[in-house]
Ligand binder design. Structure first.
Ligand SMILES: O=C(O)[C@H](O)[C@@H](O)[C@H](O)[C@H](O)COP(=O)(O)O
Length: 225
């Protein structure tokens, strides 16, 4: 497993540079095919990247945007990743992108898997993937100890899985490891000393203890303190 680790002098530099790289990757993908899929994390880290990326000069009408994972809460909930995307990525020039939802108003994510997977499967593979990582070394909703982790890591995993984990306060829905790994360009965004240490020490751990290991090969990891 090899990945490139890029260290930036500060978060602001990282944000500018990474947003540029994502826009460049999207332009490259659009020069080779009619449409390109961009998949992004929720959580607290990517907001500033979205603020820059949404203004990128590219043909957003040919871009499909989706989340790597979603917490099973309605869009008006403060923990909704969809709400974050609508507020900070699907605005400005990027407002003309097509959004592929990872939430539908069913009581449990399990009820919505087939319905939500269908339009995504029509557009795969992912062209550009941005991943986040938790200090517990989860990425997307591939959490250590999650009930469907093995199923999500399998080479023949379905596109989407429902996931419940001790480290996650609500049920989740997530893209599987093979779908994430199918991305043509893969970036990981991490901030702070704790996550850097978590990533470095993941090397000696199994994929069950460090699910991030399942998606690191060929990735560019972007880090700032
Ligand atoms: O919905 C989510 O929580 C995510 O998509 C998740 O995988 C996230 O990327 C990490 O938990 C890091 O989150 P922070 O950026 O908030 O630390």
């Amino acid at each position: 497993m090899t990945y490139e680790f890029i260290e930036y002098p500060d978060r602001e530099m990282l944000v500018i540079d990474l947003a540029n790289q994502l826009a460049g990757d999207l332009r490259t993908a659009l020069s080779h095919s009619d449409r390109a899929v961009l998949s992004v994390p929720g959580g607290t880290s990517p907001g500033p990247i979205f603020d820059d990326l949404c203004a990128a000069d590219l043909d957003w009408a040919r871009v499909d945007v989706l989340l790597n994972d979603e917490r099973w809460v309605p869009e008006d909930h403060e923990r909704s990743n969809t709400a974050l995307l609508r507020q900070r990525l699907l605005v400005d020039r990027a407002a003309s992108a097509r959004y592929l939802p990872l939430y539908a108003p069913y009581p449990e994510p399990d009820d919505a898997l087939a319905e939500l997977a269908k339009p995504i499967e029509e557009e795969l593979p992912l062209a550009v993937l941005l991943l986040g990582m938790g200090a517990d070394r989860h990425t997307a909703s591939l959490f250590p100890g999650a009930d469907q982790l093995d199923a999500a890591l399998a080479h023949d995993a379905p596109t989407l899985l429902a996931m419940r984990a001790p480290g996650a306060p609500e049920p989740r829905i997530t893209l599987s490891a093979p779908v994430l790994n199918g991305a043509l360009a893969k970036h990981v965004l991490i901030f702070g000393a704790e996550k850097r240490e978590a990533l470095e020490s993941a090397r000696g751990l199994s994929v069950h203890d460090a699910p991030i290991n399942a998606v690191l090969d060929g990735a560019k990891v972007h880090w700032a303190a």
